[in-house]
Design a binder for this molecule. Structure first.
Ligand code: BG6
Length: 505
């Protein structure tokens, strides 16, 4: 069923709009979720004509191989309005265009405002949407906002106040694009549809949980933004804590947005708030130096465009969280993320406790000791491959009794992955339908900032010894020591593969 809507994109000429939003809208168009009764207004400072805008939109969907007719009929729904967000008069032009399009496409007053701009403009935009009468009273008015949502708790609180003075929480869709990813959504299925896992999902059976968000790319052309943000705010405050809350939360009573949110918030609230000294002991940071991987040379972070030559911004974070509730007490949740690591890979490893006694410790027939049993690990692969695997121990064929690791592996086929909806496609679809399950609620954002602010503050009081890891490796030594202190180790070590083959120092 088609949902009539007028979508206004602030930042319509930007990179995000072209890389993610227009292709996602086109996918929705192809599937008929938007078809006759939709229109898009792109606004930004630049002076563009509708024709030019439509060409840009067509260009942005080329990878999806539209027919000429599809590209034409899709892009005809796009209109451009040059706009200075600080100038109230501009909003009257916007209102006029919005009302015209509402009539022309019979949009029933439904409006979705997408803010793909720097957050300092969010407050002004929403105030003007209200004061200049752009909000309708006969349809829905929903706001989609890109991250970052504030730069610490105080600024996020302030921003939230401004937005909430115009939009109720139920109409605010704060994007965390990881929540649109297929395998992140699958965490709930793995946990709550499989008794074999859910019955073991606690501190009696799980020894530790490891969440890795590794990126092979460097900072690319986003040095300006990244210098201000760093890996802690760029990835941990939002994506990683969201994933952690999905892994740690109690089963919701029903699978509804309210019930899930309540449980996620409870999980976040149970994360131990460290003192600054504890934060320093439990979190480590890194910055990439030059490096070489498989014959490819990479420059140091400090040599990247728009990055200070003595920058102290971290491009890597690893840390340990504790969740102080009955289910998780004593189980470390290790997290790590970084740029210019060995491989792009987002994965979760659930490391199960050892059996109480290893009866195979000595091979009684061969009369020789055998290796310790490897632990059972459930791995959830988020990207680039999607799926999950479970490592178990079996018996090696032959005389004697030597155990051998066995891996039960399930990966989605490349074709399935190719055809699965883009994260942004799902998120726009959900916002059109008023479903906020896969968006960040203010209570989640607030608690995440409280957690992260302490770490940030502790770090800001000390000067780091940067750079401290070579591009192409899996981060600084301190990230390995962090687990070694607890007699644990990272389950995923793609760097070993390259080292064993002489492709990495
Ligand atoms: C963004 C960060 O939120 O997520 C980027 O700002 C990061 O720095 C990106 O590269 C990673 O997302 P994905 O979907 O490519 O894993």
């Amino acid at each position: 069923m088609e949902q009539p809507v007028l979508m206004t994109i602030f930042g319509g000429t930007g990179d995000l709009a072209q890389r993610k939003l227009y292709p996602s809208l086109f996918r929705l168009f192809r599937k008929g979720h938007i078809s006759q009764h939709f229109a898009v207004i792109g606004t930004a400072r630049r002076e563009w004509s509708d024709d030019h805008y439509r060409e840009v939109v067509q260009e942005s969907i080329q990878d999806l191989k539209p027919t000429e007719e599809e590209a034409q009929s899709f892009s005809q729904h796009f209109y451009y309005q040059s706009h200075n967000v600080n100038d109230s008069e501009h909003y009257s032009n916007l209102k006029k265009l919005a009302d015209d399009l509402d009539d022309r496409y019979q949009l029933k007053g439904n409006r979705l405002y997408y803010l793909a701009m720097a957050p300092q403009f969010f407050g002004t935009i929403v105030q003007n949407l209200q004061s200049q009468g752009i909000l309708t009273d006969n349809g829905f008015n929903r706001l989609m906002i890109e991250k970052p949502f504030g730069s610490d708790y105080d600024s996020a609180f302030q921003l939230n106040q401004e937005i909430r003075s115009v939009f109720p929480e139920t109409d605010i869709f704060r994007i965390d694009h990881y929540l649109g990813k297929e395998m992140i959504q699958n965490i709930s299925a793995i946990r709550f549809a499989n008794n074999i896992f859910e019955s073991q999902w606690n501190n009696r059976y799980i020894e530790n949980v490891q969440i890795t968000f590794a990126e092979a790319l460097g900072v690319e052309d986003r040095g300006g933004y990244y210098e201000e943000s760093g890996a802690l705010k760029d990835m941990v405050q939002n994506h990683i804590l969201q994933v952690l809350s999905l892994l740690a939360m109690e089963p919701p009573v029903v699978f509804s947005q309210e019930a899930i949110r309540q449980e996620k918030v409870k999980a976040l609230q149970a994360i131990r708030l460290y003192t600054e000294d504890e934060a320093l002991a439990n979190f480590v940071r890194g910055q990439y130096d030059q490096g070489e991987l498989d014959g490819q040379q990479f420059k140091a972070y400090r040599e990247e465009a728009k990055v200070a030559h003595d920058s102290v911004t971290e491009t890597f974070v690893a840390g340990k969280f504790f969740i102080d509730n009955f289910r998780w007490s004593g189980v470390p949740f290790y997290v790590r993320t970084g740029k210019r690591l060995t491989e792009k890979g987002t994965r979760i490893n659930i490391v199960f406790k050892q059996v109480p006694v290893n009866v195979f410790k000595d091979d009684y027939k061969k009369k020789q000791p055998v290796n310790d049993l490897p632990q059972n690990i459930l791995t959830i692969y988020i990207q680039p491959t999607e799926g999950f695997s479970l490592t178990l121990n079996g018996k090696e064929i032959g005389q004697g009794f030597t155990t051998t690791p066995v891996k039960l592996d399930y990966r989605q086929s490349a074709e399935m992955v190719e055809n699965s909806p883009e994260a942004y496609e799902k998120l726009i679809f959900d916002a059109l339908n008023g479903d906020s399950t896969n968006f960040s609620h203010w209570d989640e954002v607030a608690q995440s900032w409280r957690i992260v602010d302490i770490i940030r503050h502790a770090w800001d009081n000390q000067t780091p010894d940067f750079p401290n890891y070579q591009a192409g490796t899996m981060g600084p030594q301190a990230a390995f020591d962090l687990l070694a202190k607890d007699q644990h180790s990272w389950a995923w070590t793609p760097d070993d593969w390259y080292r064993e083959r002489g492709k990495l120092d």
